[in-house]
Design a protein around this ligand. Structure first.
Ligand SMILES: [Zn+2]
Length: 295
């Protein structure tokens, strides 16, 4: 599969409307392969990864990161996605193999798998003493509507969020999304124009599958043929930043007593990263060294 993943930011309607369009096909396929996701979970986690990547591009510093947690009462369980500013994104999910019947219209039932009750938590760690935490209840479980609601209530930003993943038996066919944000000076007639344009447009996964460029998609969903590109070199990737040092810190955090127990009973420890499945092995000498460093 060719990697055409990209996030491009545009201004429409004389700078009164922000449009961000993302192609995350390759990224979502990487996540599917990493976690051996079922088609249903590919669609759900793919939507979450896409909006997380888009939000990641708003971070300002290299050490910032953003964690998105969707805790619904559906069979998927909790989904977690983390990004930095580049955006390098990683995710994990409680039940990666969940399959539920398609909806009557033949589409994957994402809200049925996520659940219609629960919470969406957004945690922004931007180097302040305490991270910013925004929590809103799930409104539909379709994910795009849940983020539209989050932006409206927690960030006071009127937006339209669209997210979509097309899956077939071989994997991800297309994945992506867009976020249209109205600035305070957007007029009523412009708002109507955008609403009409979005209604007319095909679903995002279909537009990407039809090989529309992100520029053409931005024109379509903004109802403005005279849009301006403001940032176009953003390439989202699925990449885990785990390391032996981080896993060691994880071991230390379970406490000296517990660690001594593990050394005595098992003589070794193996930790698997829940984002990329990489295994880190600590033998008895490693464990002794860690214990000694805690003296
Ligand atoms: Zn990892």
């Amino acid at each position: 599969m060719e990697n055409n993943d990209r996030i491009i930011k545009f201004l429409a309607h004389d700078g009164k409307v922000n449009v961000v369009v993302a192609n995350t096909t390759f990224l979502v396929e990487e996540a599917r392969k990493t976690h051996d996701l079922s088609p249903t979970v590919t669609a759900a986690l793919g939507r979450l990864l896409t909006i997380t990547a888009i939000m990641g591009t708003e971070l300002k510093s290299m050490s910032d990161n953003l964690t998105v947690q969707l805790k619904g009462d559906g069979p998927i369980g909790t989904m977690l996605a983390v990004t930095n500013m580049f955006p390098k994104v990683k995710a994990c999910v409680q039940n990666p193999r969940v399959e539920i019947p398609l909806k009557e219209n033949g589409k994957i039932d994402v809200s049925g798998a996520v659940g219609k009750n629960g919470y969406l938590n957004i945690i922004k760690d931007i180097g302040l003493k305490n991270p910013y935490i925004g929590t809103v209840p799930i409104v539909s479980g379709e994910i795009a509507e849940d983020f539209t609601n989050y932006f409206a209530t927690s960030e006071q930003k009127p937006t339209v969020v669209a997210l979509g993943v097309l899956v077939d038996k071989d994997g991800v066919v297309s994945a992506g999304g867009y976020v249209v944000t109205l600035m305070p000076d957007a007029t009523e007639s412009e708002i109507v124009k955008i609403e009409e344009a979005i209604k007319q447009a095909d679903p995002i996964s279909k537009m990407l599958d039809d090989k529309l460029s992100l520029y053409d998609i931005a024109k379509k969903v903004s109802g403005d043929s005279d849009i301006k590109t403001i940032e176009e070199a953003i390439i989202p990737v699925y990449e885990c930043d785990c390391s032996r040092e981080k896993m060691e810190r994880g071991l230390i955090s379970i406490g000296k007593k517990e660690l001594a127990n593990i050394l005595e009973e098992d003589g070794k420890a193996e930790i698997e990263c829940r984002f990329c499945n990489k295994k880190y092995k600590f033998n008895s000498n490693d464990l002794k060294e860690i214990l000694n460093s805690l003296e």
